[in-house]
Design a protein around this ligand. Structure first.
Ligand SMILES: *Cc1c(COP(=O)(O)O)cnc(C)c1O
Length: 364
């Protein structure tokens, strides 16, 4: 028996009749752009995130970029984030013309080290983009305090943290705005690409609505140059069916994490700690090991899926060579990137599967 890294069918199969009906309703009406399903999903997702507004977009990357652009951030500005994320965190910043400025991480939670943020602030700094990495919130209260003291915006990269909570508050409702991705493998995934910007600020939501739709306020009246970055109506229909399941799916992920924690006790790997402030949603279950080559070979041989998130930090990617940041710039990130490996993690994974994974990690 092999254990897949991820199995979307186990989430989709029980919902299949409802998913088919939701998609058929869109096709029956031939109404594919914006419209009812997008509006309904936006309302439902905003309510879920405990925010006033959600704007459906084509990707999470667009959500990051358009929020920053809505705030007037662009060339000459700096935006602070961590370099151990999916590349899109930095890309969302760089696409505005602003410069991503990196800060090292807390080696226990792998989220931005809040004690190093202030040293990175310059007169050009306009915003902080904390990443709720792997489904664990960044330590938001100190970040919000620093931002308030320096007049900076806070944009949460919540692309891995649908449903997570920080001190009881939903991720997405903590900063000035938050970016979500509905890439199929995310905790809430579409049947293709999708994203959303959530915020309590009406003006930000309004501006992003125009930025996603050719800069138009009313049809054929365009206030500025803008792309088409809309969430597809078909994807909104799918997401509406899946959203009510999200809390149960996240609870199922926490159950798998609890099994791993128990089954890997005493093994020579570091399991992911949950910060005292966090309700973790385990988008990924990432352990740290001394010899990743050996461990990945062991998992491979046992038929256990695995992944690397992320093997190369953003500041060492060729695309960001222009920042001039060499090896050694962020020691904790570089150390973590060399030793992290992601184990299978998905709702409806079984205890037997978790046991098989744990046995493979232990080399049994
Ligand atoms: C997935 C992801 C994104 C980008 O989302 P897309 O929808 O693929 O554009 C951004 N940041 C993080 C942390 C992500 O995991």
């Amino acid at each position: 028996m092999s254990v897949p890294f991820m199995d979307l069918s186990r989430m989709h199969d029980p919902l299949r009749p409802a998913l088919d009906a939701a998609m058929a309703a869109v096709i029956d009406r031939n109404a594919y752009i914006l419209g009812e399903e997008v509006k309904q999903f936006e309302h439902a997702f905003a309510a879920y995130c405990e925010t006033a507004h959600a704007v459906g977009l084509d990707t999470g990357t667009s959500a990051l970029e358009l929020a920053l652009r809505a705030w007037g951030i662009g060339p000459g500005d700096e935006v602070i984030t961590a370099p151990n994320s999916f590349i899109a965190t930095a890309s969302g910043i760089a696409f505005t013309g602003a410069t991503p400025v990196f800060v090292d991480i807390d080696p226990r939670t792998y989220t931005i080290n809040v004690e190093q943020i202030e040293a990175a602030i310059t007169p050009r700094t306009k915003a902080i983009v904390p990443v709720h990495l792997y489904g664990q919130p960044a330590d938001m209260d100190p970040i919000l305090a620093i931002a308030a003291a320096h007049g900076l915006k806070v944009l949460e990269d919540a692309c891995q943290a649908h449903g997570a909570r920080y001190q009881g508050r939903r991720c997405g409702s903590l900063g000035d705005a938050a970016a979500f991705s509905f890439y199929p493998a995310k905790n809430l995934g579409a049947f293709g690409d999708g994203g959303a910007l959530v915020t309590n600020d009406e003006a930000t939501a309004q501006q992003v609505r125009m930025l996603r739709n050719y800069g138009q306020e009313e049809k054929y009246h365009h206030l500025f140059l803008a792309y088409n970055r809309r969430l597809d109506t078909l994807q909104a229909a799918v997401l509406q069916v899946k959203l009510p399941e999200l809390d149960a799916w996240n609870a199922a992920r926490r159950q798998v994490a609890a099994w791993y924690e128990e089954l890997l006790a005493g093994a020579s790997v570091i399991t992911p700690p949950t910060a005292a402030y966090a309700e973790h949603v385990y988008h990924l279950y990432v352990i740290r090991c001394a010899d990743r080559e050996a461990l990945s070979a062991q998992l491979q041989a046992a038929g256990v899926g695995w992944g690397l998130h992320y093997p190369v930090p953003i500041h060492l990617q060729e695309a960001y060579a222009y920042l001039g940041l060499g090896r050694g710039s962020f020691p904790e990130v570089e150390r973590a990137c060399a030793g992290l490996i992601s184990l299978p993690m998905f709702p409806r994974m079984t205890r037997e599967e978790a046991e098989q994974v744990a046995d493979a990690v232990r080399g049994a």
